[in-house]
Ligand binder design. Structure first.
Ligand code: ATP
Ligand code: MG
Length: 363
């Protein structure tokens, strides 16, 4: 059974709602084969947005989507690109294999069955190839295909390329990107400081993409969509939105829990119970994380959760009996552990559920 409110998997076309302006914006950019950088806080809906766009534009473009979240070497990066390219064409398997074989110079391809989904896909065989050879084959084939059709290549979790140190992937990509016609590169990711530094002034990718920060869904859109499945007042949608701090995943999770209860008109108490249920369900895993911190780091996390900015003020330091320098170094180590993130004027806990859990500690 599936619910109309996905919260831990990408939305299907039927479950996707809102985002009309954003879809229009993407459309205008890729139409002219320009490049785009989409970033936002975690779990706002970047991956869902680009996947929906690509799914609904298969007729106009050859759409390639690659998520590089788990790459740990440059070879992984090249392999992910080749795999995504091999499976992008929505034609029958036999023709696709034939087609790819005619383009690739060194990569061989063979059909395989995905053990998870039991679906057929195409596997590039690259064991004997070097990184440079794989990249060369990838961009050569992309070039050939782009002569016949406009291409969109979306690379999700793009900030991961910064973790590859033995080769400067950004400089390398710059060369390829600048030479291409008829191809839009769409970069997506959530670690803003990492991502934006890749596109910063004088960085190799500087000015190669239009930036756009994905905002939360509109309350109006959430209300319109959820009223098809739930008897819920718009004011209460606004309440869920506020409690979730606009995080799409959390909004969807609350709506899902309300949906499975399905008992007439939704009340504020039911929403509070759903929120509690979500936070409680994470309690043991958050405790494990919390216990890896030393006492000063624990205090720092509570302070960030409560104040977010301006917490180096004397009154806060006194309240928590912590020295400014100690707090500074603890904040820095929490940042390195990716438990907190930086905004222009302060820090925040990027996972809204964790943030509410921490807030509960200081209540
Ligand atoms: N427009 C939408 N309509 C319906 N559901 C959505 C929409 N946008 C996001 N969601 C749901 O919210 C959850 C988070 O979305 P998604 O994974 O796309 O966000 P993200 O920004 O890519 O997150 P991350 O930062 O973790 O990569 C998913 O379960 C997704 O199905
Ligand atoms: Mg994502």
């Amino acid at each position: 059974m599936s619910s109309p409110f996905p919260y831990d998997s990408l939305s299907t076309d039927e479950q996707f709602f809102g985002r009309d302006d954003e879809l229009e914006r993407i459309s205008k950019i890729v139409q002219y084969s320009n490049n785009l950088l989409i970033h936002s806080k975690r779990r706002m809906g970047k991956s869902s947005l680009i996947n929906y766009f690509l799914e609904t534009h298969q007729d106009n473009y050859l759409c390639i989507y690659v998520d590089i979240f788990d790459i740990s070497s440059k070879e992984d990066f090249a392999k992910s690109l080749l795999k995504a390219l091999s499976n992008a064409q929505k034609i029958d398997l036999k023709s696709a294999v034939k087609n790819l074989t005619s383009f690739f110079k060194r990569v061989r391809v063979e059909p395989t069955i995905d053990t998870k989904t039991l679906e057929y896909s195409i596997k590039p065989i690259v064991a004997t190839l070097s990184f440079a050879e794989m990249m060369d084959d990838f961009f050569y084939t992309l070039d050939q295909l782009s002569k016949k059709q406009q291409i969109i290549l979306a690379i999700d979790e793009f900030q991961q390329i910064a973790a590859i140190k033995d080769v400067k992937l950004d400089s390398l990509l710059r060369k390829y990107i600048q030479q291409r016609k008829n191809i839009s590169f769409v970069f997506l990711g959530s670690k803003r400081h990492l991502l934006t530094s890749l596109f910063a002034y004088k960085a190799p990718l500087y000015e190669l993409a239009t930036h756009f920060e994905l905002q939360p869904l509109q309350i109006e859109d959430i209300s319109d969509y959820s009223s098809r499945f739930l008897n819920i007042d718009k004011k209460l949608i606004a309440y869920i939105y506020e409690k979730s701090d606009g995080e799409t995943k959390m909004i969807q999770h609350v709506l899902h829990l309300l949906y499975i209860r399905k008992k007439g008109a939704i009340t504020k108490t039911e929403i509070d119970e759903s929120l509690k249920e979500i936070i409680n369900s994470k309690d043991s895993s958050y405790k494990i994380v919390f216990d890896t911190l030393n006492n000063n780091q624990k205090t720092a996390l509570k302070i960030v959760g409560k104040y977010k900015k301006g917490f180096f003020a004397g009154s806060v330091l006194n309240e928590y009996n912590i020295k400014k320098q100690t707090l500074q170094s603890c904040v820095e180590s929490l940042f390195k552990k990716e438990l907190i993130d930086k905004e222009d004027d302060g820090y925040f806990i990027p996972d809204r559920t964790f943030e509410l859990w921490v807030e509960r500690l200081v209540e």
